[in-house]
Ligand binder design. Structure first.
Ligand SMILES: [Zn+2]
Length: 65
């Protein structure tokens, strides 16, 4: 089970989901964009926005309507 699917069990409609991922080798931030399967679950859970870190450790956002 992916972490996103685990956590959205506790999500309420209109929540913002933040996803961070760390590389095991050096503990730096890594790409944490949810995969397309998680995105489907995130969307049907009523999440309004997903924020995730990219490979440079920069926060990105996806607005879901
Ligand atoms: Zn996933």
């Amino acid at each position: 089970m992916h972490a996103e699917m685990d956590v959205i069990r506790f999500a309420r409609s209109g929540d913002v989901l933040e996803v961070m991922r760390f590389r095991k080798c050096d503990n730096q931030l890594a790409m944490a964009k949810p995969c397309k399967y998680c995105m489907q679950h995130i969307q049907s859970a009523g999440i309004k926005k997903v924020a995730y870190t990219d490979e440079d450790g920069v926060w990105r956002e996806i607005d879901l309507v």
